[in-house]
Design a protein around this ligand. Sequence first.
Ligand SMILES: C[S@@+](CC[C@H](N)C(=O)[O-])C[C@H]1O[C@@H](n2cnc3c(N)ncnc32)[C@H](O)[C@@H]1O
Length: 202
Amino acid sequence: MKKTIDEHAERFSEAASTYDDEQDSEPYRMCAQQVVNHAASTSCDTVLDIGTGTGAIAFELTSAADRVIGRDISTGMLDQARMKADIENIENISFAEGRFRDPNVDSDITVDIVTSNFAMHHLSDDEKCNAITVISALEPDRFILGDVMLFGAANPDESFYDPSVDDPATVGILVDALTDAGFVISEVEFVHEQVGVLVAEQ
Ligand SMILES: C[S@@+](CC[C@H](N)C(=O)[O-])C[C@H]1O[C@@H](n2cnc3c(N)ncnc32)[C@H](O)[C@@H]1O
């Protein structure tokens, strides 16, 4: 990880009030839409969205799921997400502190689908493997990971990869980590040389 969890949390809290307005790039929108499409393709009881931010993915899944749980390390991003839920009066969504290595989900909750969009690339590759093991242990039917991931060589001059804060893995490393954790990869979606979506089932 290029920054500590606290540094990432602070960085995102500072950007939280303008975050939604700034997510206007075509690859970000395409990636988010594909994550939503794969997650919403079957209705289910519970979706867990890790690195939920202001809830871009989580809100889109409230009509396909009975309950959507968003987890993040940034209080500022979580405050924005909760404010949106209040304004829209959406009752089957909730947000709380939680992180990849400990998503903070009660043991009596069965998680059917896990999503994560544009968040896991902040972890080192070892931490990503650990996070994938933690997610696998929740025994979801499907895990949909949209993220900065490298289809070719890393190119810091291209969008989506700032080496001072980002630590994206290659698609191969992510596929191996998912497979080692017991997932079967059903889709690899190319969005951009440095952005993709992986659909993993178990
Ligand atoms: C670029 S934003 C993406 C937010 C949202 N998923 C989206 O698609 O717009 C990345 C989010 O990941 C969160 N994050 C970073 N590291 C995390 C970690 N270890 N565990 C949970 N969330 C983390 C940040 O606080 C931030 O809200």
